[in-house]
Design a protein around this ligand. Structure first.
Ligand SMILES: CSC[C@@H](O)[C@@H](O)C(=O)COP(=O)(O)O
Length: 360
């Protein structure tokens, strides 16, 4: 079991080996296991099967993956080296299409690699930029927590969906970061974690994380949420996001249903996400929603639950129109769309410029 006094980091990089270590999230809660991988191909497999998952953690894994590619390349030709690292980045980009943070992390490291003339300097820059992506994400999550906790009443019952916690980030979490910061500041919080069909990230991961921290958490099935709201048992909803376009928030399938129910019951619905989750120049229709395998729905606990001849539709995410979102809690404060679009654009432009300046 994870020692309780160290921050929970689901993915870490060990350039001296070189290897990426990660908490095998598909094994939780039965087993807390940390595995090690030494190739980009193994990282691709770990991402595809959701051993590593959650938007910001995918960004960190993508960044580490590109850094790993620089260290595992055996060529001494700088041109071939650049080609190999770019091919590894393409492979990592092909793993999951919806969470924009994955592309953000990969591109940050690839950009610095491309600026270097020698293999040695490219490796050094890649390793330190990948660590920057991870460290920035953990600072960002703490800032999101600080901004978010201020909107919570002193005692509240919060509904969340999927896992937007430390396991989905570098540490602390986005939605669960808000909860952790609130608890730390003395707010009395009771969390209802929706189990999150079909892969149960809420039941397996959110419940595990919060229980580890001694935070009051109760798991409910996804279909119970509306009824709890109607009974006055929920004060607000906080979820994470995989991508935020100018008009919609993409998050785990089922999120939209909670947003509609919250709206019907006049319950605030917050999204907690870093700026790296914004894709504000796109709109909902531009985004590819990942469709996952039939077996994730057709089997439960190893047993078949659907006749073989019957179709299954398994989109991993849904889109919630921004009109249903009370506020987007970020590291720079709380925003609403479309009202704050210009400000979001300006902040994004400034931080992209900063990244550029730092990397030159
Ligand atoms: C801070 S994580 C936000 C989202 O990535 C999370 O809510 C989610 O939908 C994760 O989906 P997953 O398919 O488990 O990667």
């Amino acid at each position: 079991m994870q020692p309780s006094d160290t921050p929970l980091r689901p993915v870490t990089f060990h350039p001296e080996i070189p290897a990426i270590r990660y908490i095998v999230q598909t094994r939780l809660p039965e087993e807390y296991r940390v595995d090690s991988i030494a190739t980009v191909n193994s990282l691709v497999d770990a991402i595809k099967c959701l051993d590593i998952r959650g938007a910001p953690a995918l960004g960190v894994a993508g960044a580490y993956g590109v850094a790993l590619a620089t260290l595992t390349s055996t060529t001494s030709d700088p041109e071939i080296f650049q080609q190999e690292v770019s091919a590894a980045a393409d492979l990592l980009r092909s793993t999951r299409p919806t969470a924009v943070n994955l592309f953000y992390g990969i591109n940050r490291v690839l950009t610095v690699v491309k600026q270097e003339k020698t293999i040695t300097s490219a490796r050094d820059r890649a390793v330190s930029e990948a660590e920057n992506v991870a460290d920035e994400d953990s600072r960002t999550c703490h800032a999101i927590g600080e901004h978010g906790r201020k909107v919570l009443p002193l005692s509240c019952r919060i509904l969340t969906h999927c896992n937007a916690g430390a396991l989905a980030c570098s540490e602390w979490g986005t939605a669960l970061g808000v909860i952790r910061s609130a608890v730390q500041a003395g707010t009395l919080v009771q969390v209802y974690a929706c189990e999150t069909r079909p892969l149960l990230q809420g039941a397996r991961l959110t419940a595990w994380e919060l229980a580890q921290d001694g935070i009051d958490v109760t798991v409910i099935t996804d279909s119970m949420a509306a009824s709890l709201m109607r009974k006055g048992m929920i004060d607000l909803v906080v979820v994470g996001a995989d991508r935020i376009t100018g008009d919609a928030v993409f998050n785990k399938i089922g999120t939209y249903m909670h947003a509609i129910c919250a709206h019907a019951h006049e319950i605030p619905f917050y999204v907690a996400a870093p700026f790296s989750t914004f894709d504000e120049e796109s709109v909902e229709a531009d985004i590819i929603v990942e469709e996952r395998s039939r077996d994730e729905i057709a089997y439960f606990g190893g047993r078949r639950t659907i006749p073989d001849t019957v179709n299954v539709y398994n989109p991993a995410f849904d889109a919630t129109p921004v009109s249903l979102v009370t506020g987007i809690i970020t590291e720079h404060g709380i925003f609403t769309l479309p009202d704050d679009l210009a400000e979001i654009r300006a902040i994004r432009k400034r931080s992209l410029q900063q990244d550029h300046d730092i990397s030159l």
